[in-house]
Write a new protein. Structure first.
Length: 307
């Protein structure tokens, strides 16, 4: 069992893996000689796996896991923490924007009495569009999942053994590490860190991916949308009752008939579309429940460097 395990999902990162490993070693060696670096190649299709194999051959502390296809960042994290056997687990991205040099600060703060210490990027090095999309994503996500979400906080952090064991017990098909960490509880804090420059390329999280992730997480981690549907239905029913009462007063008491079929047709189309939308929301929950009953694993391992 290691004292510190670093879990890094890898996706098309062949340009920065060697630098990442070297900087991790320099940052971890002063803390403990007993550490391991777990690199999970998530079906990127580039030369990342060959580099991981080479790093594992040259440094026994590097462990590689190759997934059978691209399962997504958070499923790759799940594969890594399932493999990690350590007192403390660090989760970070591979693109060097999560700076390995910040790990000692996070670790020292965790040792002062916290089970969860997450890095808060004081000044994010993202485009204005990415920042705005991320802010919107986390605002909606926090509201729908009834958790407090900070767009400056992602996966980077130090987590105790009992925190990781608690996360392992949650086996939802849709994985989203930040919400799962908040859900398990335990004593938590944040540390402001410097956000590094991206080593190469651009993020795989475009607006479409963010929206898909938000929808899947919303359906998987919260019943709030269903409660909102109930409130919406009650509101529409109340408005319809008031409108019917007004028409009754105008038609029977005032003897004023409201002519025109256009308003009726518009109302029918509006309510029909609304019903279809609400059925879609409920159907999404039923579909997620169906997927969960099939008990498909969140990831499949193709090979490891330890075979």
């Amino acid at each position: 069992m290691a004292h510190i395990a670093v879990v890094v999902p890898v996706y098309r990162a062949e340009a920065c893996l060697r630098e990442l490993q070297a900087r991790l070693v320099r940052s971890l060696e002063p803390l403990t000689p007993d550490f391991e670096i777990i690199l999970i190649e998530d079906g990127g299709g580039d030369g990342s796996w060959a580099i991981i194999e080479d790093l594992a051959r040259s440094d026994r502390r590097v462990k590689g896991i190759r997934l059978s296809r691209n399962f997504g960042q958070h499923s790759a994290i799940a594969a890594g923490i399932d493999r990690a056997d350590a007192d403390w687990v660090v989760v970070m991205d591979c693109d060097l924007q999560d700076k390995p040099e910040e790990i000692p600060r996070l670790y020292a703060h965790a040792k002062s009495g916290f089970d969860i210490v997450r890095a808060r990027r004081a000044r994010r090095r993202h485009s204005l569009f990415r920042k705005a999309a991320s802010r919107l994503f986390y605002a909606v996500l926090g509201y729908l999942t009834e958790t407090r979400q900070d767009p400056a906080i992602a996966n980077f952090g130090v987590y105790s053994r009992k925190t990781i064991e608690a996360v392992r017990m949650t086996r939802e098909n849709v994985r989203y590490f930040p919400v799962m960490i908040q859900w398990v509880g335990f004593r938590a804090d944040t540390v402001d860190i410097e956000h590094g420059e991206r080593a190469r390329g651009s993020s795989s999280y475009d607006l479409g991916n963010l929206l898909r992730l938000a929808f899947n997480v919303m359906i998987s981690f919260s019943e709030r949308p269903l409660r909102l549907v109930v409130k919406l239905g009650l509101a529409i029913s109340s408005i319809s009752f008031i409108a019917a009462l007004i028409l009754f007063i105008r038609g029977v008491l005032v003897r004023q008939v409201v002519p025109g079929w256009s308003s009726v047709m518009v109302s029918i189309w509006f309510l029909s579309g609304l019903v279809i939308f609400l059925l879609g929301v409920v159907g999404s929950y039923v579909g997620k429940t169906f997927e969960q009953t099939k008990r498909k694993p969140p990831y499949i391992i193709d090979t490891t460097t330890e075979i």
